[in-house]
Design a protein around this ligand. Structure first.
Ligand code: PLP
Length: 369
């Protein structure tokens, strides 16, 4: 039997001073040159704020980001770019993607490889297509066919690994070769540089938030956590300025369990939450220092809470997938449980994904996305 996971853990390892290098905004400048770049919207939810007894509730809606239905393209695009530029040995001038593709031509044919619960792999495949490369994407068993089709739709060859996301990560690492470049959003011993740039890529979200909420910055920021790359980027930006809450599925609460243990702990599968993007059994080792020192509260939620949050978000016109709704689900759980420091505060929730499985959305919300 699985050990019981508490719903809420006030981080015993939270440090008052978190020494994190605030990433410069090179990645944000890069994204501005990207085709179709526009800041994603922030939606006010006064009705939900009143219901939850908080001073304000804003939702940063990442359901449409650079032509894809999740924020993950921000990390994948910056990481692929940095990796290829490093290989090229210099940063060529370029104005648009066609320029960039030509500038990278001396690198010859390459295949980009990634393991994914859905969104990161789709984003890597999208980058490969834009830059004229092949892609090979590995997904865990049980991945929704809509998500597999979307990855294949980017021209990727998709392999279903008989196991969990963590097994898919191990299988992807074994494929690394001179012409097969692994672009992972998680890290392991000896593989840290690319996932570091993935975290940097997420800084664009926070640069936008600073501008969008300049008049009333958030006092609490709530984000979903899989391997913790997004949570680390949140800590880099907000650790000294806001309370940070991260949300995981109860069946894959590797962050909460690691924080309780005081060191990274592997949570064995099966990881079968509908919050597929968060079905990770192990934190990213490079994200962990920031997450363990800078996150204030870890919250673990059940699938029913995510479903409720999808319906809540639909009432304010935000189309959220199961993973995308997790942060709001966690906020509700934390407020109901009476977690200190939430009531009466201005809250920002990241909705990180749109309806990436439209049939599931229809079943849960009751209408099409
Ligand atoms: C939509 C969505 N939100 C959040 C996350 C969690 O991000 P991280 O793995 O960096 O913690 C993921 C990860 O795949 C995701 O797909």
């Amino acid at each position: 039997m699985r050990p019981a996971v508490p719903e809420i853990l006030v981080n015993p390892g939270r440090r008052r001073e978190v020494s994190v290098a605030r990433p410069d905004l090179e990645s944000a400048q890069f994204h501005r040159r990207f085709p179709g770049y526009a800041p994603t919207r922030v939606v006010d939810a006064p009705g939900l704020a009143a219901e939850l007894d908080v001073a304000g509730l804003s939702v940063k809606d990442e359901s449409h980001r650079l032509g894809l239905p999740s924020f993950k393209i921000l990390g994948a695009s910056w990481a692929v770019y940095r990796l290829l530029i490093d290989r090229l040995g210099h940063e060529p001038p370029w104005r648009d993607i066609d320029d960039l593709r030509h500038a990278l031509a001396p690198l010859g044919p390459l295949t980009l490889v990634a393991a994914t619960d859905g969104n990161h792999g789709r984003a890597v495949a999208h980058m490969a297509r834009l830059l004229g490369y092949e892609s090979r994407i590995l997904v865990p068993a049980g991945t929704a066919s809509a998500r597999i089709d979307a990855i294949a739709g980017e021209g990727a060859s998709v392999t279903i690994v008989d196991g969990t996301y963590d097994d898919a990560v191990r299988a992807s690492a074994a494929l690394e070769a001179d012409d097969m470049l692994v672009v992972s959003d998680t890290s392991w011993e000896g593989y840290t540089e690319v996932p570091r740039t993935v975290i940097e890529g997420y800084a664009t979200i926070f640069a936008e938030i600073d501008e969008q909420l300049a008049a009333a910055p958030p006092e609490v920021v709530v984000v979903p956590m899989g391997v913790g790359a997004l949570a680390a980027a949140t800590v880099h930006h907000f650790a000294s300025r806001a309370t940070i809450v991260v949300v995981e599925p109860r069946s894959a609460a590797c962050g909460l369990r690691s924080a309780a243990a005081g060191h990274p702990v592997a949570v064995p599968g099966p990881h079968d939450s509908i919050m597929a993007g968060l079905n990770c059994g192990m934190v990213s080792i490079i994200a962990w220092p920031a997450v363990s020192a800078g996150v204030d509260v870890f919250v673990a939620v059940d699938d029913t809470a995510a479903e409720q949050a999808m319906r809540d978000l639909a009432t304010i016109g935000v189309v959220a997938g199961e993973t995308g709704a997790a942060a709001l689900a966690g906020l509700r759980v934390a407020v109901v449980a009476g977690a200190s420091g939430l009531r009466g505060r201005r809250i920002l929730v990241l909705c990180t994904e749109g309806a990436t499985d439209p049939l599931a959305y229809l079943r849960i919300v009751g209408h099409e996305p």
